[in-house]
Design a protein around this ligand. Structure first.
Ligand SMILES: Cc1cc2nc3c(=O)[nH]c(=O)nc-3n(C[C@H](O)[C@H](O)[C@H](O)COP(=O)(O)OP(=O)(O)OC[C@H]3O[C@@H](n4cnc5c(N)ncnc54)[C@H](O)[C@@H]3O)c2cc1C
Length: 449
């Protein structure tokens, strides 16, 4: 039987970041990846189309992936490894579609849009909405001390922001995204990615617009998100990544992994596949209903000419509009043909026939027309992908079960990390940091032995 000290399952950002770091101390490691290519959710699709006025090139990720590194040295190191790849640094233009609103964006007045985040740009709403949101926010702040601390995400929204903002934006938007009842989610389900705001922040924004949120500026490589993946994989020698090889079962007692091709004995198994799949493969029982998530159906759409300029991505809280978010690659990459990603939330476990995809695409195009993004442009290229899981439902029960089961697995040398491996909400930078930290612990433990 084959033996390897560090068996890494999944060649996404997390698996590759672990392999990259462990490779500094040993060559006794192997990455297995079920798909035919590396990258996981950070894969990029490129389509080129001949048009009468020349060739259009569309660079699409599985879904819009934009990067905001809190530790610039991590990004600098990866960018250095990219060689000649140009990495753009962009000041975010993110908006919410709101008919009747009026906002100042990029130095000019625009109608039907509110700056992101909604909860601090209330003054851009039509007057009636503005007053209701403001009064409800004030009332929520006055009443907060009378309530026990919120016990779930929905309660937190009402307690923090009041009815006005919650029912106009925060609740419908997040219900479209998560495709679930928000009362099931933990108070802190979105962690640092959720922009909090109070009356002071609303007033500050009214006087002087300030960009709030974790990604006020972001970076994006001209060749798409896959460039970060390639940078992480660039130092791994040939033969250290086995593509088209999936993990099937884990024998925890004997520390043997069965894959679609062979059996491999391991010292450490580092898994980045969804936690719930690892539990199933390792024969660990869990309560039904603990591990739920949404799925995101993404349409990447290329058109024969430009659409709205400036805007990078927009949120759509309206229930009658199919999608919850639309992004504009062409405005990020400064290209001449409208290039969009459109995201629609579904409960996990869906599959779509060709006819359903076609009908969803038609609905997307119709709604893009309704909101004024699509006028007379012609669709010349498209691609779809279903990300499942995409946003896991972080609940009190899932947090407790992940931590309990991780301890059981770790006692047998099995480590589950990454966004889906830890069943959490995080960015690729978080994935890299977590993977590197674990690789360093493993390398150090080995040195001491
Ligand atoms: C809609 C959306 C938008 C996002 N936008 C951003 C963003 O703008 N910026 C940002 O920083 N992050 C963003 N993220 C998060 C980012 O995608 C993830 O943090 C990151 O891709 C997770 O990488 P990973 O390696 O942990 O998991 P994955 O990318 O899921 O990699 C896991 C790998 O394991 C493989 N695998 C699965 N099963 C098996 C098996 N049985 N055997 C072997 N291999 C297997 C998969 O094929 C995959 O390659 C977004 C996520 C979503 C869903």
């Amino acid at each position: 039987m084959e033996r390897v000290r560090h068996l890494i399952v999944g060649a996404g950002i997390t698996g590759l970041a672990y392999a990259d770091r462990i490779s500094e101390s040993t060559d006794d490691y192997l990455v297995i990846e079920a798909e035919a290519e590396i990258g996981g959710y950070c894969r990029t699709v490129v389509r080129e189309v001949e048009l009468p006025e020349g060739r259009a090139r569309f660079v699409w990720d599985f879904s819009g992936h934009f990067f905001h590194f809190r530790f610039p040295e991590i990004e600098a190191e990866l960018v250095k490894r990219m060689g000649n790849e140009r990495v753009l640094r962009v000041v975010r233009d993110a908006r919410i579609y709101w008919p009747g609103a009026r906002a100042k964006i990029g130095g000019s007045e625009v109608e039907n849009w509110v700056n992101y985040p909604f909860q601090t740009h209330l003054h851009e709403l039509p007057k009636v909405d503005f007053i209701e949101c403001l009064v409800d926010l004030w009332e929520a702040e006055q009443m907060r001390h009378l309530h026990p601390p919120p016990s779930n995400f929905l309660e937190m929204l009402y307690q923090r922001f009041g009815k006005g903002t919650t029912e106009r934006f925060l609740r419908p938007y997040n219900e479209k995204l998560y495709a679930t009842d928000l009362a099931c989610l933990d108070v802190d389900a979105m962690g640092r990615f959720f922009p909090h705001a109070d009356l002071k922040a609303v007033f500050r924004t009214m006087r002087r617009d300030s960009a709030i949120g974790y990604n006020a500026t972001f970076t994006y490589p001209e060749g798409g998100a896959i460039q970060y993946v390639r940078a992480l994989a660039s130092r791994l020698p040939l033969g250290t990544i086995a593509l088209n090889e999936g993990l099937v079962q884990v024998d925890r007692e004997r520390k043997i992994a069965r894959t679609t091709r062979r059996e491999i004995a391991f010292e450490h198994l580092v898994s980045t596949i969804p936690f719930v799949r690892l539990l199933e493969m390792s024969g660990l029982l869990y309560e039904q209903g603990i591990y739920t998530s949404n799925a995101v159906l993404v349409f990447n759409l290329g058109f024969d000419r430009k659409g709205p300029t400036g805007i990078h991505w927009a949120y759509f809280p309206q229930r009658e509009i199919f999608f919850y978010r639309v992004g504009f690659y062409d405005n990020i990459l400064n290209t001449l043909h409208m290039s969009l990603y459109v995201e629609i939330g579904f409960p996990s476990g869906q599959s779509f026939s060709d006819e359903e995809i076609q009908s969803h695409l038609e609905r997307v195009l119709e709604d893009l027309r309704k909101v004024g993004i699509l006028t007379d442009q012609r669709l010349v290229a498209w691609h779809w992908v279903l990300m499942d899981p995409a946003y896991v439902h972080i609940t009190k029960a899932s947090i407790a079960d992940v931590s309990r089961k991780k301890r059981v697995l770790e006692s047998r040398g099995i480590f589950s990390i990454g966004r889906y491996g830890s069943w959490t909400y995080c960015s690729i930078e978080d994935n890299i940091i977590e993977a590197r930290a674990l690789a360093e612990i493993h390398a150090e433990a080995w040195r001491k032995n």
